[in-house]
Design a protein around this ligand. Sequence first.
Ligand code: GAL
Length: 412
Amino acid sequence: MNKFTSAIASTLLLSSTCVAGAVDLEVTHWWTSGGEAAAVKVMADAVNKSGHTWVDGAIAGGGNARPMIISRISGGDPMAATQLNTGRDAEDLIKAGLMTDLTDVAEKEGWADIIRPAKLLDACRYEGRIYCVPVNIHSFQWMWLNRKVYEANGMAVPTNWEEFAASAPKMKEAGVTPLAVGGETWQLSGMANVFQVALGGVELYRGLQAKDAKLAASAEMTKVFEAIAAARGMVDNGYVGRAWNDATGMVITGKAAAQIMGDWAQGEFSVANQTAGVDYDCLPGLGVHPVLDTGGDAFFFPKPADDNPEIVAAQKEMASLLVSKEVQVDFNLKKGSLPVRGDVDLESANACMKKGLAILEHAENILPSDEQAFSSDTQGQLEDLWVEFFNDPSLSVEDAQARFVEIIEMAD
Ligand code: GAL
């Protein structure tokens, strides 16, 4: 074989290798903000580098995307891979046998040993099998503050909710919205959960997730409703329908002083070249109870409609890539979340991520997220109550709390 024929042979081998296993993978997710797009590009680049093709299926807004994703899979029009929250949202699809079983790759790669906390992988288990790969740890339990806005108004940067609430009237007088929020259901219910932990306490939060109706009726829970009522007076009138990242943008540009939002907000500060500890501060647990809830995201892989083994093989290769050290570091640094594996070095983590990593070292500071504790139906009822209570000042704390008790009593 001369040089010319050997070159053709190797090209044919390469292209045949590429063609034989290479598939297009339609991937759905709701990561459409600046920071989210930068982060998901890390995943797409890794999949494309592997020889497969990431066909992006972004759907803006988790509240829109989640039902669309679930109905496509249950309706027999599955994508090859999808992001969902690490939790029970895909529970019925797994039970119906519609999701690819990843157990062989999980066991081969020892996911149970490298993914921490273990409850993240437990959220992917059904009847002893693994049906998703967690890709990050996001916690809603954060407040983000624009340091410059406080400094420019001669005010100390708050270190906890109480100091923030006390500073709100003066901030308002300075023409700055104290608290930026978006009116989407998950934003208001997420903020309510943050108040439960920060003002009601970790035991209250854990007890509510254990469906303890007595705690739902407790004085600690009344404080949570009172704080939410007080927060109504700290937001601007344009919050209804505002996307979370637009609220983050208000803090970044100084139109607002702070936002209670998950640590995916960090991705927006990062894209805006803002420096933690200089331009902005972060208060885990509102500076009162520094805890994290292990929310976050996992990728699920619906079974291909034709059971194509090449697609199933590519799904498993993609799952392996998403939990690999390289993707875990690059993706999470851009996403503002924490990696799911403890054996990676985040030397370039910023001051806020370092606060999160330190909290993650202590198991007692790690709480399950609502997606892991309540069914989609119960989550929906809670979200509706928080939205109604925040939007309607005529709904009293007493009446709202009574309805809350009923929901917790019936929770599943
Ligand atoms: C969450 C998701 C995060 C984040 C946020 C806002 O449900 O876990 O990754 O992007 O939505 O889109």
